[in-house]
Design a protein around this ligand. Structure first.
Ligand code: F6R
Length: 615
């Protein structure tokens, strides 16, 4: 969590850093700060609140002049969100200033030692401990900043992406990473530092992504020198050409990123299977799967590890893999799996799903599975992310940047990738007939158009949102492939509207949740024609007789549920395994409209951040 930005070059740093922080606010938004070197001294301003609060405050408070600076947008871990705990942090002498994304786990013992040596601390943060540790090493050993950072980091346990500079050496910024992402944009005589490339995409398409346990000294007019933190060896910088463009990270006329990303799903799903799904030839081509086909075919089981929405996509995949490829699947919360001493063997294939590719628990689960000899396959959206690098092989979702904190297109594109893999394996194993296989490919190809159609319900969904926006509880029910969609619908509503919502397998309702139902309770029931339709209709009848309000998600042309439900939202017909790609659309729209009507911050819901890089 937290976003960091830095600049050193020939332009004014302030506007670059400010805009960069706004783009990184998805990573955390409870406080923000900037430190600039104005030619003689450091000018620092920070505040609890959003980057826009910082902007208002900063321009009245300090001079925003200077061609070197660092900035931070925070998601609090150590210390409540307040002005003092906000970054950047000074060292005691005031010479050094630092920004940090991550957690220093042994900060208390380091702090005790530093207090003994006369240091004092203003904030409750682990970051202020780190900057003083660097200062202490630098002074005691009379060495340059880069060396001091390296020695200090070798004493640190935890995760970090840091940027630090010394006001007495205003021609360099020292950066380092372990467990939190850090990119360096390479311009013409100028360098950009950021948690991802979005803050500098309009200035350069060339970037270096630091690897774990690497640090870099970024020098004005000179360049970037990268070293391994542990053994001091020099690393050849690998400069990547960025694929990202400005349009992808801007709202493009939409009021919110979430809405833009909901509407991007037809093209995002298309991008996910472009070049992989060749329906005319009846082929699915995925290099990561082909190259490791033996591993997949010999797998005794697949273990899926993920968190949140990605875990829900994993649950959908359990149905697909078992149904089509006949491989047993277990779907695990990464946070539970990693601490459970799970039974993992060399015959297991672990699939790790993550939009950001940075989720700490998922990353730890991958490392655990690898240590036990399992083959680990990643399904990530962010190219070059930690999870993409840590897994043995993988497939990107190619959804494009997802900036709204609530995942939407990540979910549907993850399901698309997982469906492709399941189909490919089913074909290789012979567990699917060739006609059924072809039928799946053709239906999958039609999905983007059908998602477009499902989006046409937007205005109607909005009118339903207006009716139920003030209730305090929602229930979401689904069966089979659509049980995970019920969970996902409930999560979307909770996280952006703060209305309590629960997802349940429809038949489980009788075992408890039915007690909640009265005339005030809206129940969203996914009742598409394919998959346990009659059973779900019975569940709807049970709700009806208890006066619950029913919002049915049904297949186009449905009459039976229409006769029972208070509202029905139609989605196009498709085969059962693909229904989640359509039924999830109105649920995303419902949560969006309710949150908006309640005046909530749709893109930046309270207490959340886009990439959960802490456990
Ligand atoms: C919900 C949401 C989160 C993420 C979860 C995992 O809308 O966004 O539940 O799905 O934090 O994140 P990734 O997929 O980046 O590992």
């Amino acid at each position: 969590m937290c976003g960091i930005v830095g600049y050193i070059g020939h332009r004014e740093a302030y506007p670059i850093i400010l805009k960069g922080l706004k783009r990184l606010e998805y990573r955390g938004y409870d406080s923000a700060g900037i430190a600039l070197y104005d030619g003689t001294d450091i000018k620092l301003s920070k505040t609890k609140g959003k980057v826009s609060d910082l902007e208002t405050r900063l321009e009245n408070e300090i001079s925003t002049h200077g061609s070197l600076g660092i900035g931070h947008t925070r998601w609090a871990t150590h210390g409540v969100p307040n002005d003092i705990n906000s970054h950047p942090h000074y060292s005691n002498s005031g010479d050094l200033v630092i920004i940090h994304n991550g957690i220093i786990e042994n900060y208390e013992s380091l702090k005790k030692e530093l207090i003994k040596r006369g240091y004092n601390f203003k904030s409750d943060t682990d970051t202020e401990v780190l900057v003083n540790l660097i200062e202490d090493v630098k002074k005691n050993e009379n060495i340059k900043l880069g060396k001091a950072v390296q020695i200090a980091l070798n004493q640190v346990v935890g995760a970090y992406a840091i940027a630090v500079f010394d006001k007495n050496k205003p021609n360099e910024i020292v950066v380092a990473r372990l467990g939190s992402p850090l990119a360096i944009g390479i311009g013409e005589d100028e360098f950009f530092i950021a948690s991802d490339a979005s803050p500098f995409i309009e200035y350069t398409k060339n970037a270096i992504y630091l690897e774990d346990e690497e640090m870099a000294i970024v020098r004005r007019n000179k360049g970037v020198k990268i070293r391994k933190i542990k053994d001091d060896s020099l690393v050849d910088p690998y400069v990547q050409a960025l694929q990202l463009n400005l349009e992808q990270i801007e709202k493009g006329g939409y009021e919110h990123f979430m809405l833009k990303e909901i509407y991007e799903q037809p093209s995002a799903i298309l991008d996910t299977f472009r070049g992989r799904l060749l329906s005319n030839e009846g082929i699915i081509k995925m290099a990561g799967v082909e190259d490791n086909m033996k591993k997949f075919l010999n797998a005794h089981r697949i273990i899926v590890v993920a968190c949140g929405t990605s875990w829900h996509a994993g649950l959908v995949s359990e149905y697909i893999f078992e149904d089509l490829a006949r491989i047993p699947v277990e779907v695990e919360y990464a946070s539970e799996f990693r601490y459970r001493n799970p039974v993992i063997t060399e015959n297991d294939v672990v699939i790790a799903i993550s939009q950001s590719g940075e989720t700490a628990d998922t990353l730890a689960a991958i490392k655990l599975a690898k240590s036990k000899g399992a083959f680990v396959f990643g399904v990530c959206n962010v190219v070059g992310s930690s999870i993409a690098r840590e897994t043995h092989a993988g497939a990107y979702t190619h959804a494009g940047p997802e900036i709204g904190v609530a995942s939407t297109k990540a979910f549907t594109t993850q399901i698309t990738v997982l469906t492709l893999i399941a189909l490919r394996l089913a074909r290789a194993k012979g567990t699917i007939s060739s006609s059924d296989y072809r039928h799946h490919l053709i239906e999958l190809e039609l999905i983007p158009e059908k998602v477009k159609k499902a989006l046409e319900s937007d205005a109607y969904v909005k009118s339903i949102a207006a009716i139920y926006k003030d209730v305090h509880n929602f229930l979401y029910l689904g069966r089979g492939y659509n049980f995970p969609v019920a969970l996902e619908g409930a999560l979307k509503l909770k996280e952006i509207s703060y209305i309590h919502a629960e997802g349940y397998p429809a038949a489980e309702m009788k075992h408890g949740p039915i007690a909640l139902i009265d005339e005030n309770m809206p129940i969203v029931v996914i009742a598409t024609k394919k998959g346990h339709y009659e059973k779900v209709v019975s569940n709807i009848q049970e709700i009806k007789s208890r006066k619950g309000k029913i919002i049915g998600i049904v297949t186009e042309g449905d009459k039976q549920v229409k006769g029972l439900a208070d509202h029905v939202i139609e989605v196009p017909e498709t085969i059962e395994s693909l229904t989640p790609l359509l039924t999830t659309i109105p649920l995303q729209l419902l949560s969006y409209h309710i949150a908006l009507m309640l005046g909530k911050n749709v893109d930046q819901p309270r207490n959340l951040a886009k990439a959960v890089t802490v456990e």
